[in-house]
Design a protein around this ligand. Structure first.
Ligand code: NAD
Ligand code: DAU
Length: 356
């Protein structure tokens, strides 16, 4: 990876980890981060970049649905690649209010494809240009007790979120087949790590344990997710961007399948050991089984053999170590936590959990 790269949604969880990681490992790259700074985007995620990297990073406040802004930006800058993270990303929010998901995930992706295609054509179909679309394993729907998602698994999304991501995947692939735009698509499993907004399972549970609040587990707690440390995801994305075959899809997963209740128990036990809680004060007493998420997919599990065999990527981080690193990060960054637990966050918690 060389030259000027446009990253969208770089102020969110995975995007900010990706920018930090990439500036560090790719000295030949300049990153332009286009982010609308929704509730999930936080400028604090990218403060304190090492001084030597600051000149290679530029923030642009804007919306990927804004065709005019994209047109001007792509006319002014000749990008060598686009790495598209920007999305509405939380399943529960898509149940409460799907419209924002359709706007950003479907229309926003369409606008970005249009701007990329126009630039790519204007520049004589630049041979080094690549459009990497970051998607999710949720587009494949739900697995039973057996089997894995491969790149050939038919799409069968369950939530407005996953349906909007599926739509965007189809659009991206259509721009390859119809116009030849050099695109790549990745479908990844559940990430965890620093800077994840505390509406998602792992950070929500960590903070609720620290604050001795109830731990809301949906349904019977036996839904399974395949967990991947965010830096493993970033390394996979760099591999795909640099070495993937255009027009192809790559599944990315950590091979760490856990039931939600197993995760919650583990977080309670790890934090209790740190905080000296035991006996009747054990955090497991905070667990509450609450009304299930509608359309809740039972199990996700990725077959990552394609990216492993073809591109030589493999998840490096061991779950037990990386989850400990993650909870230590939250404990050490309470200023960040306080900044994101704003009025909007409180309203969301009340809205989603108040009625369960
Ligand atoms: P996030 O919600 O933490 O961040 C999303 C970012 O996009 C925020 O910075 C937000 O401000 C920005 N954004 C939202 N709407 C925008 C718009 N209209 N214009 C410009 N910026 C906008 O999300 P995340 O968890 O970092 O996920 C990033 C991407 O990875 C998403 O596309 C998601 O579908 C995908 N993904 C996430 C996971 C996961 O476990 N978190 C797993 C697989 C794939
Ligand atoms: O699989 C990849 C997807 O992982 C990404 O595409 C999404 O952007 C990301 O949000 C994530 O989706 P999930 O719905 O799997 O993640 P979430 O953290 O919301 O929930 C994980 C599991 O925990 C899920 O089975 C629902 C359950 N859960 C979640 C919350 C927030 C609870 O039991 N209680 C909760 O309060």
């Amino acid at each position: 990876m060389e030259g000027k790269i446009l990253v969208t949604g770089g102020s969110g969880f995975i995007g900010s980890n990706f920018i930090r990681h990439t500036l560090q490992v790719k000295p030949g790259i300049r990153i332009y981060n286009l982010d609308a700074l929704t509730y999930a985007g936080n400028p604090l995620n990218l403060v304190n970049l090492p001084e030597s990297q600051q000149a290679r990073y530029c923030f642009i406040h804007g919306d990927i649905c804004d065709a005019r802004l994209l047109k001007d930006l792509f006319q002014k800058e000749k990008f060598n690649g686009v790495i598209h993270f920007a999305a509405e990303s939380h399943v529960d929010r898509s149940i409460h209010g799907p419209e924002a998901f359709i706007k950003t995930n479907v229309n926003g992706t369409f606008q970005l494809l249009e701007a990329s295609l126009a630039m790519w054509k204007r520049n004589g179909q630049q041979s080094d240009f690549r459009f990497l679309h970051i998607s999710t394993d949720e587009v494949y729907g739900s697995l039973g007790a057996e089997g894995y998602f491969t790149e050939k698994t038919p799409y069968d999304p369950s939530s407005p979120y996953s349906a909007s991501k599926a739509s965007s995947d189809h659009l991206v692939k259509a721009y390859f087949r119809t116009f030849g735009l050099p695109v790549l698509v990745t479908n990844c499993s559940n990430n965890y790590g620093p800077y994840q907004f505390p509406e998602k399972l792992i950070p929500l549970m960590i903070l609720n344990i620290l604050e001795k609040k109830e731990l809301p587990v949906y349904g019977d707690g036996k839904n399974v997710r395949d967990w991947l440390y965010v830096i493993d995801h970033c390394e996979a994305l760099l591999k795909v961007f640099d070495e993937g075959i255009v027009g192809e899809t790559y599944n990315i997963g950590g091979g760490t399948e856990l039931q939600n209740i197993q995760i919650v128990h583990l977080l309670c036990d790890l934090l209790d050991a740190k905080l000296g809680r035991s006996g009747k004060n054990t955090s497991r007493n905070l667990i509450r089984f609450v009304t299930d998420r509608p359309g809740h997919d039972r199990r996700y599990a990725i077959d990552a053999s394609k990216i492993e065999k073809e591109l030589g990527w493999k998840a490096r981080f061991i779950f037990q170590d990386a989850i400990t690193k993650t909870l230590d990060w939250y404990i050490d960054h309470m200023d960040w936590v306080n900044s994101v637990q704003s009025g909007e966050y409180k309203k969301w918690i009340e809205n989603n959990y108040g009625k369960r």
